[in-house]
Unconditional design. Structure first.
Length: 249
């Protein structure tokens, strides 16, 4: 379970062994989501506050990340989201979403969360807390229909001035490549029959896919309880919180 995915598939990865969850994580064609957790050297201690930073490892199928939603583990309180330029933040005590931004696939950024860890049960030296996260990559191409006519519009600012080949479900849409405008936009008028409802419209520059009509998703999901036959894609993103007595040593 590695590599990128197509827009029609969802990347599955694990977020720890959660009892009672009946999702089977397996199958071909799925990719591992990659989400790092950085503490900037601090030791997370039960009953105390911390600031953690989530770091997406890549976008969706090579496209930029435009939204990130994170579920807060049970017991964690005092949650505050980092304000980030160019991103809208919405938050509840159990979930945070950054949206409207643009994090290219070949770059990284940190999404900070300030929080307070719960106290641990007596005699417990440490406990892992897992963070479920979903990355969303917005569609760069859109299809609008009017009767028997259709228009394919695109926004690819990273490829302004270049020529793109358009495909519908793998078949060429136009005889000649289209020129992407200086603002990254382009528009192609065609017949509605050439772009059926739900068709996968793709833009390629020099043979490399640079845009798609379907939004992509990379998701961290719960997996079955220990003892199931699920195959783990990779270690789960987690933070190990220690008891105050352990931290003091």
């Amino acid at each position: 379970m590695s590599g990128f995915i197509t827009r029609r598939k969802v990347a599955l990865a694990t977020v720890g062994l959660t009892a009672g969850v009946g999702l089977f994580v397996a199958g071909t064609g799925a990719a591992s989501a990659h989400m790092g957790v950085d503490l900037h050297g601090a030791t997370p201690t039960a009953g105390s506050g911390s600031t953690i930073f989530l770091r997406p490892g890549h976008g969706c199928d090579g496209d930029a990340t435009n939204a990130l939603t994170v579920n807060i583990p049970a017991g964690v309180t005092g949650v505050k989201a980092q304000q980030k330029a160019g991103w809208k933040v919405s938050a509840t005590p159990t979930q945070i979403t950054w949206s409207g931004g643009n994090l290219p696939d070949d770059q990284f950024d940190d999404f900070g969360i300030k929080l307070t860890w719960p106290k641990l049960d007596a005699g417990v030296a440490s406990q892992k807390f897992y963070f479920q996260a979903v990355q969303t990559c917005n569609a760069e191409l859109k299809v609008t229909r009017s009767g028997t006519s259709a228009t394919v519009t695109g926004m690819l600012p990273d490829y302004a001035g270049e020529k793109a080949a358009l495909f519908v479900d793998g078949l060429p849409l136009t005889i000649h490549d289209v020129t992407i405008g200086v603002d990254g936009a382009f528009s192609v008028a065609t017949k509605a029959a050439k772009v059926p409802e739900g068709a996968d419209v793709v833009a390629k520059v020099n043979g490399r896919q640079v845009g798609n009509s379907k939004a992509g998703v990379d998701a961290w999901l719960d997996i079955p309880a220990a003892g199931s036959t699920a195959t783990l894609a990779m270690p789960a993103p987690s933070v190990t919180v220690v008891a105050p007595t352990v931290a003091a040593k």
